[in-house]
Design a protein around this ligand. Structure first.
Ligand code: NAD
Ligand code: USQ
Length: 383
């Protein structure tokens, strides 16, 4: 299948582009490289040194003989997006190309506005290109589990059937996100749902949990293909951060009581879930929602697992409960459904000691590159 991966220079996008290419799909990447620019602005760097996108793609070709076309530009530039789509003629578009950090979106007004403008308007441009010229193309859009927040009832996959005053309907599941970033995903979901309804577009919204890990079969083939691994307070996510903290002897930064529970998945399952979604497209007019995670953990559980794995490797690992910079429940009910991708064939990689060992080993390999001043949280939700 001809697949355009928007955001293909990023963490999930790069791994996905190579995975799909390796499985015989005809892959193109579109990215404006803004993430590399934001890293520079914030003076943060991925733990793993990533090569420029052109070199990455060239190396992939040298190793496998498979080509990946590249479109460098911004999806907020409508004519660029339209022209790229005309050249590429994708049957499926996988859209990862957004500002994806909750703390980034909470730095100040500019970052909140930048996040929502970049994400919501970019996605809206894409919907218009699809409506005008690619009405049969399947949109696979990365949403987030955080769209739901932490309600005191089970979380369904996108929709909930409600009885009210003797009448019954199946409605979009209520959204209570916890940052301006997570809110941008809610706005995207509403726009996509509406576009499917009025124009008959086909879309799958993948409400993904927190991704961990760095190696996939493809990105592990060569140093030049290595994926990014963020550990800083803005772009680093919980488990990845904890492993890198353990590797350098920094206490694990559990925010507040650590009872915050989330859905998590291995990056090897991210890439497989995308493949499942594109191989089983939504119907015309259908707005389908899958919850994309494999296991639920509290932040305190994760820290304890990393501590145990670290100690087994001879590391001295401590856990520190920091004052929570975010406004979020630290003890709450959380039970989310995730059967739709499993029913379509996902065989999860569960978090295991061997995975933690491999993440810790990658962290140890590059630990000299860690800038310790980028670890403790500085962005506050309350300011
Ligand atoms: P990332 O920052 O590593 O990659 C995003 C890529 O999109 C970057 O290469 C960036 O340059 C590009 N991009 C951003 N805005 C763009 C624009 N306007 N035009 C063109 N390209 C643009 O992020 P990631 O971790 O790979 O996340 C990818 C997607 O998955 C995001 O939408 C994110 O919300 C979602 N997601 C990520 C996680 C996670 O744990 N990493 C979890 C759930 C959902
Ligand atoms: N947390 C800590 N210590 C840390 C980092 C995080 O306790 O050092 C806590 C946070 O307070 C939060 C939880 O861990 O309760 C998750 O935080 P995170 O930074 O790992 O993830 P989050 O901000 O939710 O965002 C990440 C990705 C985002 C994606 C989301 C999926 O950056 O793109 O949408 O995970 S989800 O959380 O399911 O919405």
């Amino acid at each position: 299948m001809k697949v355009l991966v928007i955001g293909g220079d990023g963490y999930c996008g790069w791994a996905t582009a190579l995975y799909l290419s390796n499985r015989g799909h005809d892959v193109a990447i579109l990215d404006n490289l803004v993430r590399r620019h934001w890293d520079n602005q914030l003076q943060v760097e991925t733990l793993t040194p990533i090569a420029p996108i052109q070199q990455r793609i060239q190396r992939w070709y040298e190793l496998t003989g498979k080509t990946i076309d590249l479109y460098i530009g911004d999806i907020n530039d409508y004519s660029f997006l339209l022209e790229s789509m005309r050249q590429c003629e994708p049957e499926a578009v996988v859209h990862f190309g957004e500002q994806r950090s909750a703390p980034f979106s909470m730095i100040d007004r500019e970052h909140a506005v930048m996040t929502q403008a970049n994400n919501v308007l970019g996605n809206l441009n894409l919907l218009y290109v699809m409506k005008d010229e690619f009405p049969d193309c399947h949109l696979v859009k990365l949403g987030t589990m955080g769209e739901y927040g932490t309600p005191n009832i089970d979380i369904e996959e996108g929709y909930i059937t409600i009885e009210h005053n003797g009448r019954k309907d199946t409605l979009p599941y209520p959204k209570q996100p916890g940052s301006f970033y997570h809110l941008s995903k809610v706005h995207d979901s509403h726009n996509i749902h509406f576009a499917c309804k009025i124009w008959g577009l086909r879309a799958t919204d993948l409400n993904q949990g927190v991704v961990y890990g760095v190696l996939t079969e493809e990105t592990g083939m060569d140093e030049m293909l290595v994926n990014r691994l963020d550990y800083d307070e803005v772009f680093g996510t919980a488990l990845n951060r904890f492993c890198i903290q353990a590797a350098i002897g920094h206490p694990l930064t559990v925010y507040g009581k650590g009872g915050q529970t989330r859905g998590f998945l291995d990056i090897r399952d991210t890439v497989r879930c995308i493949e499942i979604a594109i191989n089983n497209p939504a119907n015309a007019g259908e707005f389908r929602v899958f919850n994309q995670f494999t296991e639920m953990f509290s932040v305190a559980d994760l820290a304890m697992k990393v501590k145990q794995a670290g100690i087994a490797m001879g590391l001295n690992v401590e856990i520190q409960n920091l004052e929570n910079p975010r406004v979020e429940l630290e003890e709450h009910y959380f039970n989310a459904k995730n059967t739709k991708l499993i029913d379509l064939g996902l065989q999860p990689h569960y978090l295991s000691d061997s995975l933690l060992d491999s993440l810790l080993n990658v962290a140890m390999k590059y630990k000299e590159r860690v800038d310790k001043k980028n670890i403790l949280p500085k962005v506050s939700w309350r300011r």
